[in-house]
Design a protein around this ligand. Structure first.
Ligand code: ZN
Length: 188
């Protein structure tokens, strides 16, 4: 069991396009296991490899939906098909999301209601999930990480300004910042 340091916004690995996973070996298995440990410790509902400093196209997720279905898995080299993003103002109560790489903050953001995830599992099996609601949001958020996009990059101006201010005041937005769940007491 290993909890890894989570990179904070400003670290270059979070703002670059990650590479396809090509080698399925014990190193990858260890990385995935450590990512699950880190996500659980944070706690978070999703974690992408760039967030732990590894620029690979891979994320893990752990979410129990309103019908008590547990969605717990590994998405390697994912593709994501999404319905159009709804127009209009985002709702602060129902559409606010956070990110372990901008710890402690949340802001509302419109996301597609439905997303089809196609990805490879750790054992090499390709699978597909037709997601809606919050699971679809998690997939969109994590998928974005693989292209170097944080949710803060997608916020409307007024919310983007609030987050930018917090980032500045916290001394983030520069390379080399991280926090470790269970060691540094920050929350998602
Ligand atoms: Zn995130």
């Amino acid at each position: 069991m290993a909890v890894l340091p989570i990179r904070i916004t400003g670290d270059p690995v979070l703002h670059q396009i990650a590479s396809e996973v090509t080698v399925f070996d014990s190193t990858l298995e260890t990385l995935v296991a450590d990512m699950f440990d880190t996500m659980e410790a944070a706690p978070g509902v999703g974690l992408a490899a760039p967030q732990v400093g590894i620029p690979l196209r891979l994320f893990v997720y752990n979410w129990t939906d309103e019908e008590d279905t547990l969605w717990h898995g590994t998405a390697i080299n994912p593709e994501l098909l999404i319905t159009p993003t709804p127009t209009g103002e985002p709702d602060e109560d129902n559409e606010s999301e956070g990110c372990l790489s901008i710890p402690g903050e949340r802001a509302p953001l419109r996301r597609s209601e439905r997303a089809i995830l196609r990805a490879t599992d750790l054992d090499g099996t390709r699978y597909e999930i037709d997601a809606s609601g919050w699971l679809a949001r998690i997939f969109q958020h994590e998928f974005d990480h693989l292209d170097g996009t944080l949710y803060a990059d997608r916020l409307e101006n007024s919310y983007a300004k609030i987050i930018a201010k917090v980032v500045r005041k916290s001394g983030w937005g520069v390379p080399g910042q991280s926090w470790t769940p269970g060691v540094d007491h920050l929350e998602d």
